[in-house]
Structures are given as structure tokens and as C-alpha cells.
Design a protein. Structure first.
Length: 389
């Protein structure tokens, strides 16, 4: 018996091809896609404008399945977090952050993470596996229609959209799951799916340089780069991937990316760690890094107060230190924001997304023999931004 195709795994182009294989015209793929992503329907029988013969064909060959919700909690500040089952003992988290002018969903891309940044806890659990496109876009689909249901908003194009922005800042490194991520991005942007503008979709990376170049070609959405240090010596310690792709290479990739997203700026994320990367000297060094006299990187900074976890041995920078650091960047002319912690009472703040991950890769053991690549880990998310005064 052939396996059933999960149609949430297909981007718009692939769905047209799939329908073509069934002898159907491209407009049928559009109809089908709208049922799935605009109306949130999973039952082929309810797709009333599809011919009965097509519905029957689909029923025998395809399914529409998103990850099952294990838990669903809402913080006192309105932040809502879902824990999702992604099979084989793994669970990932998705967080919705409501603000006055937008609703942002923080999406996970991997169960665990192999990069093993020093301050990030998901890796603690080890890398397990890449999420499929269905599991990535399924987070947006599940959250959008769950939020509508809670508020009594109808599905379909007439109902008010609840999620206006998506950030790939949940668990995992998006660029180490490139193909599945790009397919999901294409659905996020497609008018017959979620119709988000590319500026409202942000991919955050620890600096996988070759994939920055590929994304510029394939789907140039907003790019956030997790910098965390102004020089290679410190960044090698905090973000082990820096040993492979150093800062010079990373800055050059950021400049190249902006050629494809010319009116944008790169968002540099900087996790503020007490006594580690938060001195005035570090701030000035950061300015020098991005202000190459002949070729500066158009950028802004987002300072993230570290969300501590017991085993990290690290502390969050004091509020005054974050402000002073931000002021140096602001005075040098850079838009600088400080990320507010949201949803900390439900462990949904940046760096608190843990999920549950089975390390099937024996990564820790392998790492004992190799300092070159990273380990597991992760955390994340959020946004909402507060100007540094
Ligand atoms: N892997 C990607 C995207 C997910 S991490 C990346 O690293 O960019 C999203 C953001 O959360 C990153 O900027 C990361 O540095 C930050 N983060 C991770 N752990 C954190 C913690 N404990 N406290 C605050 N921010 C954290
Ligand atoms: Fe992975 Fe966490 Fe580092 Fe992002 S911050 S690359 S999720 S270890």
C-alpha cells in the first residue's frame, strides 16, 4: 500500500504538480489550497466546490494532518503557547504574542538544535530531527484557526486575520532545515494561503552563511542574525558555528543578502549576558564591525535580556547595563530596541522554549571528539520591542 501524501507538505507549486498528476487543472490546486490554508478545512468531503470525483480520488491518496496539540496555555499578558507532538517522543513549541498593532507567531523549525549556543537551552536536550513542512506550516495553520475560534472569528477571507507576523525564532536553526523551511515560507507568502508580506516574515539564523545566499535567491524575507558578540574570539565561545563561518564571512553574506532585499535592514540579535558581552567596549566594537568605511551593513539591533536557566552558569545583564549598551548604539545612529520578556509565567519567553526532544543522534558523544560543530540546544522567542530611552 502506498503511503498517503500529507498535502500540508506541499508548497503552491508542488500542489499544482500533484494535482496535475491526478489529471486536474492548476485552478483545482488553488481551490484545494484555499480550503486548507484560508478556511482551515481538513476534510475533503467538506470542500464543496471540488468535483466529487476529485474528492474521492484525494480521499484514497492524501491526508491533511497538522501536529497534535499536547497543551495550550495562555499567560496573564495574553501570550499563548502550544506544545505540539511531532512524533517519536518529540514535542516542539509555538508561541503567539499579541500586541496592539500586530499578532506575532514564533514558530519552531527543528526538534532540538545542533548549534549548541552557550546560552540556549533547547540544545541541552539534543538535536533530534528536522520538522517537515507540514509540521512548520501546521503551526501557523493550527494557531491562526485556534485563535479565530477563541475569539469567535469566522474562518475564510472575511474573518479578521489573527496572525500578522511570523518569526522563525522558536526551537531549531531554520537554515539547517532549509528545504522544508522554504516550502513553508512560500505558503506563508502566498495569497491563496496566508498572504503575509515578506517584511512580516522573519527568518532568524545563527549564521549559516551558504543558506543566507540561497534564501536571497529562493525567498528573500526579512533576515535576523543572532550575533551575540562583536569579535570572533568571543563569538566562537558563544555560537560554536562561528568557528566555521566567522564574522567577516557573515558580514559579507549580510551585505549580499541586502542586494536582494534592498529597502530592508538586517536585524542583529544580541543576547545580553552579564559580564560576558555587555560592556561599553563590546558596544563600540560592534559599531566598528558593522560600520565598514567602504561598505557598511544596513542594520538595526535587538538586545535580548538573557533568560537564564539553571545549568547555564550565565546571568542576565542588569537593566541599566542594557540601557547603557543600547544608548551607545543609538547614539551611533542605529535603531536599537530591547526585547520585552513576554509569557514568562508559562515559560514562553525567549530562551524558555524547551519542548521535549529525544536525542537520537548521540550528538554529545560525537562532540566530545569534535569541537568543530555544535550541539543541541535551543530556546527562544518573542518580540515586542521597547525603544531604548
Ligand atoms: N536558531 C536561530 C533561531 C532560533 S533562536 C537563531 O539562533 O537565531 C531565536 C533567538 O533566541 C536567537 O537570537 C537566540 O540567540 C535567542 N535565545 C536563545 N536562548 C536564549 C536565552 N536563554 N535567552 C535569551 N535569548 C535566547
Ligand atoms: Fe540553535 Fe539555540 Fe543557537 Fe538558535 S540560539 S542556533 S536555536 S542553539
Amino acid at each position: 500500500m502506498t503511503a498517503l501524501t500529507n498535502l500540508l507538505d506541499l508548497d503552491p507549486q508542488q500542489l499544482v504538480a500533484y494535482c496535475g498528476e491526478l489529471g486536474e487543472k492548476p485552478f483545482r490546486a488553488t481551490q484545494l489550497q484555499r480550503w486548507m490554508h484560508v478556511f482551515g478545512v481538513s476534510d475533503f468531503g467538506a470542500m464543496t466546490n471540488l468535483a466529487k470525483s476529485l474528492r474521492e480520488k484525494l480521499t484514497g491518496r492524501a491526508v491533511i494532518v497538522e501536529p497534535a496539540v499536547i497543551s495550550d496555555s495562555t499567560s496573564h499578558d495574553g501570550t499563548r503557547k502550544w506544545l505540539l507532538d511531532v512524533g517519536r517522543g518529540n514535542a516542539v513549541e509555538t508561541v503567539f504574542i499579541p500586541e496592539d498593532d500586530r499578532g506575532t507567531l514564533c514558530v519552531s523549525t527543528q526538534a532540538g538544535c545542533a548549534v549548541n549556543c552557550r546560552f540556549c537551552s533547547t540544545g541541552k536536550q539534543g538535536f533530534s530531527r528536522n520538522l517537515t513542512t507540514a509540521e512548520i506550516i501546521g503551526q501557523l495553520r493550527m494557531a491562526e484557526f485556534a485563535l479565530r475560534k477563541t475569539k469567535g472569528v469566522e474562518s475564510g477571507p472575511k474573518g479578521e486575520r489573527q496572525i500578522s507576523n511570523v518569526v522563525l525564532m522558536g526551537m531549531g536553526e531554520p537554515f539547517l532545515n532549509y528545504d522544508a523551511v522554504v516550502r513553508a515560507l512560500k505558503l506563508m507568502l502566498d495569497d491563496n494561503a496566508y498572504g503575509l508580506s515578506r517584511r512580516r516574515v522573519t527568518v532568524s539564523t545563527s549564521g549559516v552563511v551558504p543558506m543566507i545566499d540561497r534564501l536571497a535567491q529562493d525567498c528573500p524575507v526579512s533576515l535576523a542574525v543572532s550575533l551575540h558578540a562583536p569579535n570572533d574570539a568571543l563569538r566562537n565561545e558563544l555560537v560554536p558555528l562561528n568557528r566555521k563561518h566567522g564574522l567577516k564571512e557573515l558580514m559579507a553574506a549580510c551585505r549580499r543578502y541586502l542586494e536582494y532585499a534592498p529597502r530592508d535592514a538586517i536585524m542583529f540579535e544580541y543576547c545580553m549576558l552579564d559580564g560576558v558581552n555587555d560592556t561599553d567596549k563590546h558596544a563600540r566594537e560592534l559599531i566598528t564591525l558593522v560600520t565598514d568605511r567602504t561598505n557598511p551593513v544596513s542594520c538595526k539591533f535587538n538586545l535580548i535580556p538573557f533568560n537564564p536557566y539553571p545549568e547555564s552558569g550565565l546571568k542576565r545583564s542588569k537593566h541599566e547595563r542594557v540601557q547603557a549598551f543600547g544608548k551607545i548604539l543609538l547614539d551611533a545612529g542605529f535603531i536599537t530596541t530591547v526585547r520585552k520578556t513576554r509569557g514568562d509565567d508559562i515559560d514562553a519567553a525567549c530562551g524558555q522554549l524547551a519542548g521535549e526532544v529525544q536525542d537520537r543522534t548521540r550528538l554529545r558523544e560525537r562532540l566530545q571528539n569534535s569541537r568543530e560543530i555544535c550541539t543541541p540546544t535551543d530556546r527562544k522567542l518573542i518580540r515586542v520591542v521597547e525603544e531604548v530611552a
